[in-house]
Design a protein around this ligand. Structure first.
Ligand code: AMP
Length: 618
């Protein structure tokens, strides 16, 4: 395709305001792209390389401005370009407004494409930009500048506008990933509903085809390749694309959510520690397999990593292999290739305890002094997912199966996992995670597939508690089994304000719902039970703290004089007949014993009422 044709079509897309019409224009451009289809698809998104490909142009605004100024002749310098940019606010408009060499018959320079008669092709532009990306070492900057100068010199105004936008990654044609996806389906996959065409069936079919393109995009991370497969092999070809070990895919992401959300939606949840580190996707090729693909295309950043069988990518698919040699060693020692792992790189101290996030940042993208830094900050892997193992793509397998495959493929460094429908058990897991210094927990739908790049409702990062309450401990249950000597579930209560309407009601109406013997101490009303979520060691301390205050005991149940205050986290406050107060904390969680507080400092029913009001649950 002529680059001028590409630029004119891009310009028409930029002018078009309607989404559907834009999709149509993009579909036309793809259909007309011929051998340049892959490049045209990427260029329309303002990309030269596929998403998984780590190559970059290393062309910043000033280099681009210098190349443009030179192509514009002796009267224009980079400063002039910057002044014009300040006026128009957009580099494409500036480039289109210059009197460039091609228009004055100056001709191309050095290695640049095209010639005095213009006539740049998409392929020539691409080849030059590949050379720009490959340039390293001494003289690479002037090579980049000269090559761009050559391109600009051969460019017509509209070509110059899109060249400048392309190299700076500011296409402004309004072709997002979704537009390109829809256009690919429209251009190459016929919505061929043959028998009596009804509109609904056709829409469903179109939607299904768009879904097929979307999945192929998720798997390959390459708009160009997906467009080619759609055109050359159709729907079946797209359905059979597979992951390539060594090419990163986008990471699946999480939304904020609560334990209540998770259990209500899924009945049970896969609960994992949320590690406070940096996301890593680790690809381990089997060097002995024929289908092993090298991690980098020729010309990729040689500093990025070794050419060994292990490559590590950041959440943004940047190659960070060289910065994390101990993870490379770990994977070579403990994993079975070929495999793609998803996980978190965490900084740990000498005892393996987690260090704050800032510490991993000191290691993560480092290219120099890696060995020295390795002595200072130790990094370990916590793998929580497996995208490919032993030749099988697992994106469409449920999480539970992917976790099984993860355990089979990696014998050390797998994150902890609890699958549970019991809020208390989840609270206990979370408390352990917090106590061990982690950020919290992730809740995942056990049946969910791995959807690259998706921030859906299948992965929830549990919201931190908004506000905690200081509550008086009024009762407990003895534990069971190994915890028989320790208190287990604690009943907690708010203080009844003297001024509160319920103040005199405990034991009479308000107090009667308490169950047990209804013996909530005067002046207090229960709001919930905090199930441990506490280590045995901590439970023993709490048992020692509370035992002197036992007032009565019947069976497993113990009642206390109101003396000890617990700080308690929760997800929500609901109205509820279960407790004296008329309110119940949802998913209460033990935070701390507040030995610095007396019952008079505990939170009041008024505050709980106010918080419930703010929640909108009242
Ligand atoms: P956020 O960065 O707050 O959106 O939280 C999502 C991030 O948490 C992910 O991108 C991971 O880097 C990190 N994370 C830590 N532990 C896990 C886990 N068990 N599962 C998924 N993501 C995790």
């Amino acid at each position: 395709m002529e680059f001028a044709t590409f630029a004119e079509r891009a310009d028409a897309m930029a002018e078009e305001e309607g989404d559907l019409a834009t999709v149509g224009l993009v579909a036309d451009a793809l259909s007309a792209a011929g051998d340049d289809l892959a490049v045209v698809a990427r260029f329309l998104r303002g990309e030269v390389f596929a998403g998984w490909d780590g190559r970059t142009l290393s062309v910043g605004p000033s280099l681009c401005h210098e190349a443009l100024a030179r192509a514009a002749g002796a009267n224009v310098d980079a400063e002039e370009i910057e002044d014009r940019l300040a006026e128009t606010g957009e580099i494409g408009a500036v480039a289109a407004g210059l009197d460039l060499g091609g228009q004055t018959g100056l001709g191309a320079f050095g290695g640049g494409a095209g010639g005095a008669d213009g006539g740049l092709t998409v392929r020539e532009v691409y080849d030059d930009l590949v050379a720009v990306a490959a340039a390293t070492g001494d003289g690479s900057e002037s090579f980049r500048r000269d090559t761009l100068f050559g391109l600009f010199t051969s460019a017509s105004p509209v070509e110059a506008a899109y060249l400048a936008r392309l190299v700076l990654g500011e296409m402004r044609v309004g072709v997002g990933s979704g537009t390109l996806r829809d256009a690919t389906a429209e251009a190459f996959l016929e919505a061929d509903v043959t028998t009596p065409t009804d509109e609904r069936a056709e829409n469903d079919r179109t939607e299904a085809l768009v879904g097929v393109v979307e999945r192929a995009l998720q798997v390959t991370n390459d708009h160009g390749r997906v467009a080619e497969i759609a055109r050359d092999e159709g729907e079946a070809g797209l359905r059979s694309v597979s992951l390539t070990v060594g090419r990163p895919v986008r990471s699946m992401l999480a939304q904020a959510g609560t334990v209540a959300d998770a259990l209500e939606a899924w009945d049970r949840a896969a609960v994992e520690t949320k590690y406070d580190g940096a996301r890593v996707q680790i690809h381990y090729r089997d060097p002995d397999r024929d289908d092993a693909t090298p991690s980098r295309e020729p010309g990729r950043d040689a500093d990025a990593g070794g050419d060994g069988p292990v490559s590590i990518y950041s959440r943004n698919m940047e190659d960070v292999t060289a910065a994390l040699p101990e993870l490379v060693e770990h994977v070579r020692e403990h994993a079975a290739p070929p495999v793609i792992l998803d996980g978190e790189a965490v900084a740990v101290d000498d005892d393996g305890e987690p260090l704050p996030f800032q510490e991993i940042l000191r290691r993560f993208r480092r290219k120099h002094d890696v060995d020295r830094m390795r002595e200072e900050v130790r990094v370990e892997l916590r793998a929580f997912d497996c995208l490919h193992a032993d030749g099988d793509d697992l994106l469409d397998a449920p999480l539970s199966e992917r976790r099984d495959r993860l355990r089979d493929a990696l014998d050390a460094g797998v994150s902890e996992l609890l699958v549970s429908d019991d809020p208390d058990e989840i609270a206990a897991f979370e408390a352990d995670a917090l106590e061990a210094g982690h950020e919290g927990v992730m809740l995942k739908r056990p049946e969910s597939t791995y959807d690259p790049g998706d921030r859906g409702r299948s992965w929830l990062k549990r919201k931190p508690d908004v506000e905690t309450l200081d509550l008086v401990v009024t009762g407990a249950e003895w534990g069971e089994g190994r915890r028989a000597e320790l208190f287990g579930t604690f009943e907690v209560a708010v203080r009844l304000d003297r001024s509160a309407p319920n103040a005199d009601a405990a034991g009479d109406g308000v107090g009667d719902a308490a169950g047990d013997d209804g013996a909530t101490p005067d002046g207090y009303a229960t709001v919930g039970r905090v199930a441990t979520g506490i280590t045995d060691e901590r439970l023993a301390e709490l048992t020692d703290l509370l035992e002197p205050h036992v007032r009565s005991e019947s069976g497993q149940t113990v009642r206390f004089a109101p003396e000890v205050v617990f700080e308690v986290g929760y997800e929500e406050i609901q109205t509820s007949p279960t407790y004296d107060s008329g309110y119940a904390l949802r998913f209460p969680r033990f935070v701390a014993a507040r030995e610095d507080k007396s019952p008079a400092d505990a939170d009041s029913l008024n505050r709980v009422e106010r918080l419930a009001d703010e929640n909108g649950t009242n």
